[in-house]
Design a protein around this ligand. Structure first.
Ligand SMILES: NC(=O)c1ccc[n+]([C@@H]2O[C@H](COP(=O)([O-])OP(=O)(O)OC[C@H]3O[C@@H](n4cnc5c(N)ncnc54)[C@H](O)[C@@H]3O)[C@@H](O)[C@H]2O)c1
Ligand SMILES: CC(=O)[C@H](C)O
Length: 257
């Protein structure tokens, strides 16, 4: 029987690339996004390629939506093997302008989402009595805190911490919990980050902050969704069975850990 993978926030960006790779790897894929139009369009593309997938709309920050996502996956495909907590949002703000709304929104999607997704997946793995894999979206910002990305960096440090603790607590249930930490990929997220950041500089044009970050990549190019998907594909595979609690950087050489 084909294995089943859920990828949250897979209507666009890195999540779409990850879901596509897992589909090519032979997984039945459960797409999820808060954006119904995007996730439906992605489902259509996948189906046209012959990939086996369904789409479930949901907001990862809502615990009930995460449990419903797992329920729909099992209803359609009979089991769950891999749960990728990919969905995340950005926040750009100088430290002195961080407000409660920014903190609440970012923590609710990036941190609550990962906690609730992990709980929903682990609950199912334990019920099945099978091994399971949870794979979280961290970031280079979970290893180093970037100026103007203070709130976002704090959420990714929290993802790293929850990856560690979930890996420790769930190992006895045969569940591995790891994270991928991308660098700088030219998705819609970086369009927004660049747009917000350049507003704070009189001498910068749109695109300049993105270029500055890309110029800092040792391997000399920005990241593609496929680069991230390569790592997630490995973490989802049996070859990664002896790995848990790791937050692995894939950034072309920006932060060195
Ligand atoms: N792009 C990068 O350079 C980069 C670098 C490091 C880490 N990351 C992380 O990778 C993940 C994906 O980033 P991306 O660049 O593809 O982002 P993106 O904004 O391009 O895409 C994110 C997707 O998640 C969906 N989403 C947002 N909030 C949601 C919610 N509450 N529930 C369900 N879906 C929701 C969006 O609709 C969108 O389809 C994020 O966790 C991000 O923090 C991205
Ligand atoms: C968006 C992100 O996580 C890094 C800083 O590019």
């Amino acid at each position: 029987m084909a294995k089943v993978a859920v990828v949250t926030g897979s209507g666009n960006g890195l999540g779409k690339g990850i879901a596509h790779r897992l589909g090519k790897d032979g997984f039945n894929v459960v797409l999820n996004d808060i954006n119904q139009e995007a996730v439906n369009a992605t489902l259509e593309e996948f189906k046209n390629e012959g990939l086996k997938a369904i789409a479930v709309k949901g907001d990862v920050s809502k615990r009930e939506d995460q449990f419903n996502l797992v329920k729909q996956a099992v209803k359609e495909f009979g089991q769950l093997d891999v749960f990728v907590n990919n969905a995340g949002i950005d926040v750009v703000s100088p430290f002195m302008e961080i407000d409660a709304d920014q903190l609440n929104k970012a923590f609710s999607v990036n941190v609550h989402g990962v906690v609730f997704g992990t709980q929903a997946a682990a609950n199912q793995f334990i019920e099945q009595g099978t091994k399971g894999k949870v794979i979280n979206a961290c970031s280079i910002a979970g290893h180093e805190s970037f100026e103007m990305l203070g709130t976002y960096s704090a959420t990714k440090h929290a993802v790293k911490s929850f990856t560690h603790v979930a890996a420790k607590e769930l190992a006895s249930n045969n569940i591995r919990v790891n994270a991928y930490c991308p660098g700088v990929a030219g998705t819609a997220m970086w369009d927004r980050i660049d747009e917000e950041m350049v507003k704070y500089y009189d001498d910068l044009q749109p695109g300049d902050k993105y270029k500055e970050f890309v110029d800092g990549i040792s391997l000399g190019r920005s990241q593609e969704p496929e680069d991230v998907a390569n790592l997630v594909s490995f973490l989802a595979s049996d070859d990664a069975d002896y790995i848990t609690g790791q937050t692995i950087v894939t950034d072309g050489g920006i932060v060195f850990r």
